[in-house]
Ligand binder design. Sequence first.
Ligand SMILES: [Zn+2]
Length: 374
Amino acid sequence: MYFGSVKFFKHVIVGVTILLIIVPCVICFILGSKLNEAQAENAKLRSDIDSYRLSGHPAEYSADEFFQIYKDNLSNKQKFLQLAYEDNSTMYKAASGIDATAKPSSAEKTDEKITAATIKPTTKPTTAESSIPADSTEPQMTHTEGARASYETLYPELYADIPDNIVYKQDQDFVYLTFDDGPSRYTDNILYYLDVYGIKATFFVVPDGSEECAARLKKIAEKGHTIGIHTATHEYNKIYAGVEEYLSDFKIAYDRVYEATGIKCNLFRFPGGSINDYNGEIRDDLIAEMTRRGFIYFDWNVDSSDALGATWTQMYNNVLNQTAETNRAVVLMHDYNGGYNTVLVLEDIIKALLSNKRGYKLDRLTEYVKPVQF
Ligand SMILES: [Zn+2]
């Protein structure tokens, strides 16, 4: 009999002893490494906060408050998103996600799609009436002539001023930092870090028409960064209800930027990116109409995921790792009132990019940059 034998009890004792030693060791090891990671992250944040405060910025939060918010973010993504929603203007409350519905394709995929065939230099018609859409014979144009004409004749001044026959600049290893949804309470901080390292970036803005917003737009422009349109309301259900609705919202944002800065924007970014869960019905017509008007849209091929509640470490890794997989990177970040982490991580991302052995060059988007589009 094996059960009840001396051999059986020996095996039981040995087995239990091994379990008692090995299992706690494994648990300790896992917990220890997680603790180290968290401690390192907290220490990093502390030093970031110190340098942030020492740099003389108007801090909205005390260091302790900032630290608490960050810790909540680490442990509770939902709470962070809630904070972001509460902090923000109504557009975030109205929208069901902060660009969360965007479907960024992989970097490689995006680069593959950008071919000479898909990038057509836009030709600006002198008047709305005189133009026949270049794409009018393509199968995706399903609207009737009448329906199309109804929005083509709207806003006869709303055309981008793009030179003919654009030759795209050589931009291997260029990195284009882009900040959506601003201006916000963090715009000044973002501008500060860009200034410190002497780099230019791009802001796809959601101007609310306030004086405060106009002042921040002016500052972005004066610093030499590119301003692009990201709509006035950012409310997906509203702007993607139809081409006319989108144009109407776009026009408001376009005019606000012009009034604040004297700049007539040529570039824009669709809220949620050009392919999202809200614009399926109108996507082809909308893109065709915006392109007919000469406007150039940029999606992205690197996503920091900041507005989705990424931690400091996740944002840092997202940007650095995804950039490494591209020939040229258009990086999605956000300038929004919930963007504590974006401000905190920005300098480290810039430093890491500038010191990378690939010799990345950080620059702003212009019409001379070949668009990155999904
Ligand atoms: Zn956005």
